[in-house]
Design a protein around this ligand. Structure first.
Ligand code: BEZ
Length: 224
C-alpha cells in the first residue's frame, strides 16, 4: 500500500509533527484557529528559494490581516535552516525572520504530501521537493494547492489574491472573475434565482448580454 497522500481540495489536511527552525511542532496545535500556508522548497542555500522566503517574511503582515500563518519546508536540517535564515535576512534586509521552516531532511513529509520532483535530484542523488503550496483553512481543510517547478519562483501576490477570493466567497454568494482583485466587481453565483437578487444584492447587479440570450453573466459590486 502506498504511504502517499493524494490530497484534493476539500480534504482534511493530515496533522503531522516536525522539527522546525523554531523547535518541534504539532501542525494542528501550531495552526491554532488560523489558516496556514505551507510551502516547500527543494533545498537550503538556493537562490530562488532565498528570494521566496524573504518575500514571505515581508508579506507576514498581509498574511496576518487574513488570519494566515506561513510555514516553509525544506529538505535540510534545522542547523542548516538556522544558518540559511541569516542569508535570507541579509538578502531581504530583514531585522528578524518571523515564521518557521520545517526540517524535512529525510523527505518524510515530502513523500507523505506527494511533493517530490523526480526531475530535481539533490546532492545525495535523491529527488528534492518541488515548490508546492498548500493553503489550509481554520477547519484544517485543504483549500488550495499549486505545484511549481523548481526553476520558477512563486508569485505570492497571486496566492494572497486567491486567499482574498476564498475568504470573500466563503461568506457571500458571489464568485470572482478572471484576474479579479480585492475591491473589484464579482459574479453572482449561478445558483441564485432572479427573485432573490434584490434581497441578496441591494447594490444591484448588471446582466451581460450574450448571443445565447442566457442571463447567466451577472456582475455585482464586491459585497461588504
Ligand atoms: C533555487 O531555489 O534557486 C533552485 C533550486 C533547485 C533547482 C533550481 C533552482
Amino acid at each position: 500500500m502506498s504511504t502517499r497522500n493524494s490530497l484534493n481540495i476539500g480534504d482534511k489536511f493530515p496533522n503531522f509533527q516536525a522539527e522546525t527552525s523554531d523547535g518541534q511542532i504539532d501542525f494542528y496545535e501550531w495552526m491554532e484557529n488560523s489558516w496556514a500556508i505551507l510551502f516547500s522548497h527543494p533545498a537550503d542555500y538556493t537562490p530562488v528559494c532565498t528570494t521566496e522566503l524573504s518575500r514571505v517574511a515581508n508579506l507576514v503582515p498581509e498574511f496576518k490581516k487574513r488570519n494566515i500563518k506561513p510555514i516553509a519546508l525544506s529538505c535540510d536540517s534545522v542547523e542548516s535552516h538556522r544558518g540559511w535564515i541569516e542569508d535570507i535576512k541579509s538578502y531581504g534586509s530583514l531585522s528578524s525572520f518571523n515564521y518557521p521552516i520545517i526540517a524535512d531532511d529525510k523527505r518524510e513529509l515530502a513523500v507523505k504530501f506527494n511533493m517530490l520532483d523526480k526531475d530535481e535530484i539533490g546532492k545525495d542523488g535523491i529527488p528534492l521537493t518541488c515548490r508546492a503550496v498548500f493553503v489550509i483553512d481554520n477547519h484544517k481543510k485543504l483549500r488550495l494547492q499549486i505545484l511549481y517547478p523548481a526553476t520558477t519562483g512563486r508569485n505570492f501576490e497571486e496566492i494572497l489574491r486567491v486567499i482574498d477570493s476564498m475568504q470573500l466567497t466563503d461568506n457571500k454568494k458571489v464568485a470572482t472573475p478572471a484576474d479579479w482583485k480585492n475591491g473589484e466587481d464579482c459574479m453572482v453565483l449561478p445558483t441564485i434565482r432572479e427573485s432573490d437578487i434584490p434581497n441578496l444584492f441591494p447594490r444591484g447587479i448588471t446582466t451581460v448580454e450574450v448571443p445565447s440570450g442566457k442571463r447567466y453573466i451577472r456582475r455585482t459590486p464586491q459585497p461588504e
